[in-house]
Design a protein around this ligand. Structure first.
Ligand code: SF4
Ligand code: SF4
Length: 461
């Protein structure tokens, strides 16, 4: 086992029993599916006033806050284990919800094309949603259609391609969860790789009488990063060698796994950072004209906005980062090819990107979170009062602390990003050349500081 790991399953046997049970995952997915169906129904049939509609408040305030502020930074892909989007397709494949049905998985068994075995589709999907976000985030019907589309596509993919092909290669939410899961202080890994190597039957891949083979098409024996492990615990149920661990580990450990860094993931880091900046400018900034463009007041105006949005996320940010990488390579005398350095250093942006998203989210979650009390009693805005909270008044929480929290988060994100970049530079240069690694870090740290200043200007004015 790598250093600085605490095996939670060895420490807490009850946790192992809970995770080995076949019930917790379907129970979670059934609950989230019920919320999802309610959000779709409220979006399509309920009041068009976003602040009074369950679809808007529970998806974009409650779920989003739970995901980006809690679940992903702390538990990686845990959400994916109970996500409702692929659940019906998975239940179809398995011919059941809880117990392990005998025989092979059901479905068309189509092969996912080799050229699409990456997250480029997820990158495009996220950008597509981002371009329409001003509309989706404020109009319940738009939210309802998007959620319904995701559920339908997730189910059809489960029936056609099997396993979690949709989650791994298509879902726009899954892409960024995978990226930020690299930071989480929890990981599922094997205890001893040698045990796996010697174990011929590989039950974690083939499945057993009480478990399925890894739905995420991952082999735990060589798993080194959280990006594509859906924390479903099937391998824990399968492994007869008791070789699966759930480790507590240092925050961001996966960012330092050399040899598995990829251009599609690097672009995900740019896109997420760019979108956090652009969302902050559009939704929180003082520019009414920009909001009008994003809100599609005219098609031509929106087309210009979309072109600008894509240019910033896909060209300007990676372009400036490419220049910073070129400078870093030159002044540090790194021998690595430019493309590899560009990809490797991009992983340093992940902590800052997450900090930017959390800072952005705080500004509307704390301001609008109290609407959740009212809509839980009256999800459609039809005048119901199911839990007696329908008339709870809107009350922003901790608004006086939001700017200070944002500053702290962004500075912490910047500090972690620079530290990660330095450690990546050390990997490039070798342990004997830490001085050169500092030179390699400097231009990238300059880029990160510039981005942080932009965030702070947007939040503090
Ligand atoms: S079943 Fe267990 S020991 Fe065997 S390969 Fe899988 S994780 Fe390793
Ligand atoms: S590695 Fe294990 S926990 Fe992770 S997705 Fe595969 S079966 Fe599930």
């Amino acid at each position: 086992m790598p250093e600085h790991r605490i095996d939670l399953l060895a420490r807490f046997p009850w946790l192992k029993e809970v995770l080995r049970s076949r019930a917790w995952q379907p129970a979670g997915a059934l609950f989230t599916l019920a919320c999802f169906v309610l959000a779709i129904s409220a979006g399509l049939l309920g009041t068009p006033a976003g602040a009074r509609n369950f679809g808007i408040i529970f998806v974009w305030i409650v779920w989003w806050a739970l995901l980006i502020i809690g679940l992903v930074p702390l538990f990686g892909r845990l959400w994916c284990a109970i996500c409702p989007i692929p659940a019906p397709g998975e239940w179809f494949q398995r011919r059941g919800i809880i117990r392990r049905s005998p025989g092979r998985l059901r479905g068309l068994g189509l092969r996912w094309p080799g050229r699409l075995r990456n997250i480029w589709l997820q990158n495009l999907g996220f950008l597509l949603v981002a371009l329409f976000s001003a509309i989706i985030l404020t109009r319940p019907a738009a939210t309802g259609w998007v959620l319904m589309g995701l559920l339908l596509v997730g189910t059809l993919f489960g029936m056609a391609f099997g396993q979690r092909v949709f989650c791994r290669y298509v879902c726009p939410v899954g892409g960024f969860i995978g990226l930020y899961a690299l930071l989480a202080p929890v990981e599922l890994r094997v205890r001893d790789r040698e045990v796996c190597r010697a174990h011929a039957s590989k039950d974690c891949l083939t499945g057993t009488a009480r478990s399925y083979g890894c739905p995420w098409l991952v082999y735990p024996g060589t798993l080194r990063r959280n990006a594509y492990c859906g924390l479903c615990a099937e391998c824990l149920r399968a492994c007869p060698q008791d070789n699966i661990a759930l480790n507590l580990r240092p925050f961001g450990a996966d960012l330092l796994v050399a040899g598995e860094r990829r251009l599609d993931e690097a672009y995900k880091a740019f896109i997420m950072l760019g979108c956090a900046l652009l969302y902050s400018a559009v939704l929180l900034g003082p520019w009414g004209w920009l909001k009008n463009l994003a809100n599609m007041q005219s098609l031509a105006g929106w087309a210009g906005y979309a072109a600008g949005f894509l240019a910033v996320a896909l060209v300007a940010i990676p372009g400036v980062f490419w220049l910073a990488t070129g400078l870093a390579r030159r002044i540090s005398g790194a021998a690595a090819p430019m493309r590899r350095l560009f990809v490797d250093y991009a992983y340093g942006l992940v902590p800052l990107g997450l900090a930017g998203w959390i800072a952005f989210s705080l500004s509307f979650v704390l301001v609008n979170g109290s609407y959740a009390l009212a809509v839980v009693s009256d999800p459609f805005g039809w005048g119901w009062d199911l839990l007696g909270t329908a008339h709870a008044s809107w009350r922003p929480w901790l608004t006086g602390f939001i700017p200070a929290l944002q500053v702290l988060l962004l500075l912490a994100g910047l500090a972690i990003s620079i530290t990660v970049t330095y450690r990546i530079a050390c990997q490039e240069q070798g342990a004997a050349f830490t001085g050169r690694a500092w030179w390699g870090t400097l231009p990238i740290a300059g880029f990160m500081t510039g981005v942080t200043v932009l965030f702070l200007r947007l939040y503090l004015g």
